[in-house]
Design a binder for this molecule. Structure first.
Ligand code: FDA
Length: 300
């Protein structure tokens, strides 16, 4: 119930525009690294000082105006320049709908090509985040197109989709982030039961660890993390074949602990004013995250 409510709220265009005007509120400031590049680079340097690398996300999604998509592209290009200039350990995560996927396929492809091309000049990796099922095929298609020219691209496999096993096999030679999946998807396309999603999640991680290129295991679930630790040990999978990823501001101690234990660790660092949809999805995933809201409302 709460999950559906927050996912519904995450897609509310009116609230999304209102939130942009009012700045970081409702506790979002504890899970968003900053509103501008300068603040974000500072957060990245702090994480890097603990041996943690970062993937930077210029917040925003479901953009329907060309000028907004161009603005997003320019922001991401500026982040790439800043990563290079400050020599921080970071790469890019982006959402194709922010770069115009709902406006026009070729327009979006052009924007993504410009980003991937600039990143390639500095040897920076670009990850295409995966969104809801309606955007899956065109996002994969853009990835196919760009990987004919560039090798610094990868994507996400969402374990709740029945098609995930097929996709992971197809993209075996890519650097892949594997997640459970964050959107509300129909029962014809995706597992709905948490146990089934978790089971498929583990299966996909194991498969890619054994057969794939590089695996980013993106989860806050300690059961999964402990399972992976055992699995890599049992199968002699070296540390340089995988990393753990978590979102900025969540399970901070565990993030530091994993890095200290010698695992590659990468924090997903979102920044910008377009925080609303991202934050609502975090509330949908874990209603306990409402604590963040409560703290902000009552600790005035
Ligand atoms: P889940 O929410 O299933 O929780 C499992 C258990 O872990 C909980 O019962 C609890 O015991 C423990 N736990 C979880 N969070 C905790 C916390 N904060 N504190 C204490 N215990 C906690 N999705 C998508 O569709 N497309 C994408 O591109 C991405 N990208 C992405 C990148 C990164 C770095 C991450 C971490 C996640 C994503 N996701 C995503 C989101 C992903 O699909 C998923 O919705 C969330 O990670 C939530 O699922 P978890 O596996 O983290 O644990």
């Amino acid at each position: 119930m709460l999950k559906d409510l927050f996912i519904g709220l995450s897609q509310n265009q009116f609230l999304n525009s209102a939130a942009k005007k009012y700045g970081l509120k409702l506790g979002a400031q504890s899970v968003v690294a900053g509103t501008n590049i300068e603040e974000t680079i500072k957060s990245i340097k702090e994480l890097n000082s603990h041996g943690i690398s970062c993937t930077v996300d210029n917040l925003g999604e479901f953009v329907f105006k060309e000028e907004e998509a161009i603005e997003a592209m320019n922001n991401i290009l500026a982040v790439i320049e800043a990563i290079h200039e400050h020599k921080v350990d970071a790469h890019i995560s982006l959402k194709p709908t922010q770069l115009g996927l709902d406006i026009d396929y070729d327009f979006c492809l052009g924007n993504l090509r410009e980003i991937v091309d600039r990143a390639k000049q500095y040897d920076i990796f670009v990850n295409f985040d995966m969104e809801d099922h309606g955007h899956l095929d065109p996002s994969f298609q853009i990835l196919d197109e760009l990987s004919k020219e560039y090798d610094n691209v990868g994507t996400v496999i969402q374990a709740y989709f029945f098609r995930a096993k097929e996709d992971i096999q197809k993209y075996q030679n890519y650097r892949l982030r594997i997640v459970k999946g964050a959107y509300k998807e129909p029962a014809e396309l995706a597992y709905q039961d948490k146990k089934e999603i978790d089971r498929n999640y583990i299966k996909l991680i194991e498969w890619h660890l054994l057969n794939g290129k590089f695996t980013s295991i993106a989860t806050h679930d300690h059961h999964v993390i402990n399972h992976v630790k055992e699995f890599v040990k049992r199968n002699d999978i070296p540390n340089d074949k995988f990393e753990f990823q978590m979102l900025y501001g969540f399970r901070k101690e565990m993030q530091l602990e994993l890095a200290k234990e010698g695992y590659n660790f990468c924090t997903y660092v979102p920044f910008g004013n377009d925080w609303y949809g991202y934050f609502m999805r975090r509330l949908a995933e874990r209603p306990q995250n409402l604590n963040l809201v409560a703290k902000q409302v009552f600790n005035k």
